[in-house]
Design a protein around this ligand. Structure first.
Ligand code: NDP
Length: 330
């Protein structure tokens, strides 16, 4: 019987503890598609799941890893055959269904995306949920009418996973990108990713909320949220839009109705978790084509082994990660 390694989190007396264990296929959920995992990745949500009081995990043990890419070993669903390269991100993966920090994963076929031509499994995980969220943000802003001629675009939390990838994808599409960061030491990194201007968090929000200030940006990719988002909403051009995906800066957004009704601004909310499959495939196709940031993959990625996973899970919660951490399993 095939034995393989997985990083498993267990909960005992209120504490959670992760460890590498040897499993067999019978330890996995009996879902439609068995996948040999090549790579997984580290997202903010993976960090949350590794904490004791997270509201996400309903029962333990859990194998975290909300993202995975690899090849199909066997499938009871006709859409997939042995050897097919595939990606799976979000849904309940790594939260309430065994995830990607494992050499094998068994998933419902409805959660599995064929790897688009033009991407390797490693590149798919350099993107992962963070990259998908960045691409979905840009896709939705462009559906809303945004083009490079409308003016500069702000990316917040720019050194992080969603931020780094959004900066590069927007620059590749010809946008003028202003990258906001709390870490001045990442200035050169952000310029190398394609940012035209680097702003400090204080440049974006100085602590005073003004419902309507001068318009600075035509569009914003915002994985930070919080009070800073309320400040950004007051600094959009007429008919500007913010695609908000995250809450590293807080969950409370004390905004007013004025930016919306007096300037026609839009707040576009990004959900990568339950994004419908047709749209999901369309966005992954763009990530392998017009949004592909091949030139900067090596700059963005940091590769970890399964044994090293606890450290980046901790770092991402402290807001100290730069770019994307991936986990190599093959
Ligand atoms: P990262 O930790 O990689 O990046 C977040 C960045 O935010 C940090 O690198 C930092 O960038 C900045 N930051 C950290 N703390 C603060 C703070 N207190 N105030 C302002 N900025 C801060 O995370 P990800 O990019 O993977 O995810 C970002 C957010 O998006 C998370 O909240 C995550 O849960 C959410 N998310 C949501 C998804 C969805 O479907 N809606 C999908 C994916 C992610 P810098 O130092 O450059 O300022």
């Amino acid at each position: 019987m095939t034995s393989f390694k997985a990083y498993i989190i267990n909960k005992k007396e209120g504490n959670v503890k992760g460890s590498i264990q040897n499993l067999t296929f019978s330890d996995l959920p009996s879902s439609d598609v068995l996948i040999k995992v090549h790579y997984s990745s580290i997202n903010y949500k993976d960090g949350m799941i590794s904490q004791p009081d997270n509201p996400l995990v309903k029962s333990y043990p859990i194998i975290p890893g909300i993202d995975l890419a690899g090849e199909v070993v066997r499938s009871s669903d006709k859409r997939f055959n042995e050897g097919d390269p595939v990606i799976a991100t979000s849904y309940e993966i790594g939260v309430n269904h065994f995830g990607g920090y494992s050499e094998y994963a068994s998933l419902p076929a409805d959660w599995v995306v064929p790897l688009p031509d033009g991407l390797t499994t490693e590149e798919a995980m350099i993107y992962g949920t963070a990259g998908f969220t960045a691409a979905l943000s840009i896709h939705r802003l462009e559906e809303n009418g945004l083009t490079p001629k409308h003016g500069p675009i702000l990316v917040t939390g720019a050194s992080g996973g969603v931020g780094s990838i959004a900066v590069s994808m927007l620059a590749k599409r010809g946008y003028t990108v202003e990258a906001s960061t709390g870490r001045a030491e990442n200035k050169e990194y952000l310029k190398d990713l394609g940012a035209s201007h680097i702003l400090s968090r204080d440049d974006v929000y100085d602590g005073r909320l003004r419902p309507l200030a001068s318009g600075r940006w035509a569009g914003v990719v915002d994985p930070v949220g919080g009070e800073q988002l309320a400040s950004i909403l007051g600094q959009l051009h007429y008919e500007g839009a913010v695609a908000v995906s995250g809450l590293t800066g807080g969950a409370k957004v004390p905004t007013q109705v004025y930016p919306f009704i007096l300037r026609g601004n839009s707040l576009i909310v990004i959900d990568s978790v339950n994004c419908p499959m047709e749209k999901r495939k369309k966005v992954w196709h763009r990530m392998a084509n017009d949004l592909k940031i091949k030139e900067v993959f090596n700059l963005i990625k940091v590769v970890h082994t399964l044994e090293e996973v606890p450290e980046p899970l901790e770092t991402i919660l402290q807001g100290k990660t730069r770019g994307r951490s991936i986990v190599k399993l093959r």
